[in-house]
Each structure stands twice: as C-alpha cells, then as structure tokens.
Design a protein around this ligand. Structure first.
Ligand code: SF4
Length: 460
C-alpha cells in the first residue's frame, strides 16, 4: 500500500502515476493499484474506519467516493459499505436548481445555504432553464458537498435544439461539459434500453414513466426509433467520466411512480440491465452508484434492497424515497422518510431527500429545510439500526443533556438547532429547568432532585 499525495488530486491535471505503474485517474484506479488517496484518508477519518479497509472497498466498488478531479472545494465523502459488511454512514442529497417555470436564482442560492447549514452530504443541481453553466460552476467552486447533476435535464438548454434534433453525440457533449465543470456524480439513465421499453409496453403501468430524464429519453427513442443513446454509447460515456473521475449514478428511469407499479416487470427488467452496466463501469475504472425506487409499499422495501444489491454486485445504492403511500401530497417528506429509514436500514447507502412540495410545486427554501431534516432523521435512524460505527454517540449526548435539562446543549446537538430553540423560546416555562410540557411536574427535574438531594419540590 502506498500513499498518493495531495498533488495528485484537486487539480485540473490528470492524476497519472509515474514510471511503469498503471496510469491512475479515478479513486477506483488508485485503490486497485494499492494506493491510498487523500480522499480515502478523509473518508476513513470521517467514518472512524481503517483506511486500508476503505481502500479495499473502493477497489471492489463497494464504496464510491464521488470526487471529480476539478472539485477543489470538496470535502470527500464515501458511499457504501466495507467488504465485511460494515456500513458507512448513510448520506443525504438535496435537489435544487433553476427551473424553467420559476427561474429564481436567488431562491436557489437560499436553498444552497440551507443545505450547507444543515449538513447535506450532496447537492444535485437539476437546473434546466437556459444556460445553466454559471450556476453549476459557482456551486462547485463554493460547495464542500458532493455535486451531482442529470445532464439529460440540461440537454435542451445547453444544445439549444428541439429534442428530435439532438443527436447521440450531442448528449455525450453535455455529459462531457458537466464532467469538465467538476461535477462529482452524474445520473445517466443508461439501463432503459429497447428490451426494457418492450417489457414496459407489454405489461403496462398505472403511472407509466415518472422519471423526468427517463421520460425525455423515452420520447427521443420513440421519435427517432433509435436505441437509448446512453446505452448504445455507454463505453464513450465511461471514457468521459473516467477522464475526470465522475461517478456514474445509474438512473432508474423505470422507477415506480406509484405503489401499484412497484416491483413490476419494467422496474426489474431495467435493474437487470443496470447490473450489467455496473460491471462494465467498474471494468472501465469508473466508480458506480445505482439508483432505486420510487414509490413502494413498506413490506416490499427490504426485499427490493436485497435484490438491488444482488443484481448490481453490491454497488452503493442511492435511494429516491421510496414513498410508502400515494395519498399524502403536502406531507411526502414524511412518506419518503418512512420508506427511506426502512430502505437504509436494509442496505441503501444514500438517500435523496423529498420535500413537502413533492408532486405539487418547485420547493422553496423552507421546503428544503423540512425535507432535508426529515431525510436526515431517516438516515440517522437507519444508521443506528444497521450499526454504523459511533452512530449512537450524538443520541447519547443528547439524552444526557436532556436528563440534566441543559437546553443550550440540547439545541447544539439537535439536527435542526434553529427549530428546536424556536419552539422552546416560543413558550417560556414558569418553573426554571423545565419546559411548558409538564411545567412544575417535570419528570427530569423531579427525579434529578430525588437522586441529588433526596427532596422533591414540585412547587405546587
Ligand atoms: S417539562 Fe416534561 S417535556 Fe419538558 S423537559 Fe421536563 S420532562 Fe421533558
């Protein structure tokens, strides 16, 4: 095992090993060559794990460290689990970006502020209106979080062409542009090929295709009669991603958009293709994450996590929900958090947040706060359940502060300190060392008095 210096990273130059050693560009290249990078060291330190265990997991694709060579501000994070099954902490992503119907760049920066304030591990810039380059580049310059994109969303604006006139090579140019700009991971819906489309058409669905990128590719395939360009030209996509160490997040264009469609032929047919594409990416030295459903009833989630991992060779799994019922618009951060907690405790490594605005409108900054905290709760609850190293430490410190009724300490340990303080200060208690929930009958205070002084002053 050798160590790679910082000079090999965070630079615009390709990371190429000297001498007779195989040229290394990506984290998986370095890991396979037995070389520890600063990114692997950072992940090991953050997760309190042995760096050699992290290196081995990266070499086998079990852990991805999305870290574009151009993203100098990045604080690297790992997604996945070690070879012995020990999981890294579950990561959380925030979606934002300038949308055509509500192109308000200032609002999107407020969302970035909320995401960074609350410790989002990743931000996906889903901008799809006009020239998106300046927002994306500024975000990459500024954010220590992993940055992801869906180049397909950007294709129409970047290329300034109608969908029907876009060529397969045009799509690849958009991917290349995002890679050159410093994006750490890209969602590419390469798995929805002709075989999958045939399966979908044959069996039908209640909600058809609900993936935005998937629906655009489907429309392009139907209009041109061609194969999915990201499937047909997958090797070229991998070459582009490898050159900049962009992790491919293989999108699930056929994710179920309703609990009725979950675990159906379309979803499984695509997953089988994604498993094959996962292996091809690893063979090309490209790091991989695999995306997953969607909407799904609670009792199907654990089994889905198992065969998702099985079919995709234990690649890190990036869950989009799943939303566990379909009738809660306005509260879908809760339906997604319930599903996310179950999914992550059963093997999902990375959760995409869902906000209360899901299915209804573009989220505002407050929606981002609500959605991110809900998803962080799901991720943390799962981390406790699946035994992530030291996951319980903060909970134990919070419980200790609660027993001592140490309010400032409680606020500082809260996932959302601002919200916790606002609630407490909105109703000052009459009895010091309590809150208005129980007032003078505060159980903590009563038992503390008994334990400390053997007297009880209920003040009644
Ligand atoms: S008053 Fe009740 S809710 Fe408030 S700190 Fe005491 S025990 Fe907890």
């Amino acid at each position: 095992m050798t160590t790679v210096t910082d000079q090999d990273h965070a630079t615009d130059e390709p990371r190429v090993a000297s001498g007779a050693e195989r040229a290394c560009t990506t984290q998986i290249d370095f890991a396979r060559a037995g070389r520890v990078t600063p990114q692997m060291q950072a992940v090991a330190q953050a997760e309190q794990l042995d760096v050699e265990d992290v290196r081995q997991a990266v070499a086998c694709g079990r852990v991805a460290i999305p870290a574009n060579i151009h993203h100098a501000a990045l604080a690297p994070a790992g997604v996945g689990s070690l070879l012995d099954g020990r999981p890294l902490s579950t990561k959380v992503n925030v979606n934002l970006g300038i949308s055509g119907d509500k192109a308000d760049e200032a609002q999107e920066w407020r969302k970035v502020d909320v995401a960074l304030e609350l410790g989002a591990d990743a931000i996906m810039d889903l901008s799809n209106s006009g020239k998106t380059e300046s927002f994306r580049r500024r975000l990459i310059e500024r954010a220590p979080a992993m940055i992801g994109t869906v180049p397909m969303y950007d294709a129409l604006g970047y290329l300034e062409k109608a969908l029907i006139h876009i060529t397969a090579q045009d799509f690849l140019d958009v991917v290349r542009k995002h890679a050159e700009d410093g994006v750490d991971f890209v969602t590419v819906h390469a798995g929805m090929n002709r075989r999958v489309i045939d399966s979908f058409k044959e069996t039908g669905r209640l909600t058809n295709i609900v993936s935005r990128g998937g629906s655009l590719i489907f429309a392009w395939m139907e209009a041109t009669g061609n194969e999915n360009p990201f499937y047909e030209h997958y090797d070229e996509v991998l070459d582009i991603l490898h050159a900049h160490d962009v992790t491919i997040s293989i999108g699930d264009a056929m994710r179920p958009g309703s609990t009725y469609d979950a675990t159906d032929a379309g979803q499984i047919a695509e997953l089988i293709e994604i498993g094959k594409l996962t292996q091809r990416a690893w063979d090309a030295g490209v790091q991989v994450m695999v995306e997953g459903p969607g909407h799904m009833a609670l009792d199907e989630i654990a089994a889905n996590m198992k065969f998702q991992k099985r079919l995709c060779h234990d690649a890190p799994f990036y869950g989009l929900g799943p939303l566990v019922c379909d009738i809660a618009p306005g509260y879908d951060h809760i339906t997604a958090a319930i599903g996310g907690a179950v999914a992550a405790s059963a093997g999902a490594d990375f959760l995409c947040y869902v906000t209360p605005a899901e299915h209804l409108r573009l989220p505002d900054a407050q929606d981002v706060r609500e959605g991110l905290v809900a998803t962080k709760i799901a991720a943390h609850a799962a981390d406790i359940a699946k035994g992530v190293a030291h996951a319980r430490d903060r909970d134990n410190r919070m419980s200790d502060a609660r027993r001592r009724v140490a309010w400032d300490e409680m606020f500082s340990l809260a996932l959302d300190p601002v919200r916790a303080r606002e609630y407490f200060e909105s109703a000052p208690p009459a009895t010091e060392g309590t809150c208005t929930m129980c007032g003078a009958m505060c159980a903590m205070r009563t038992v503390n008095q008994l334990m400390d002084d053997n007297v009880v002053d209920l003040g009644l």
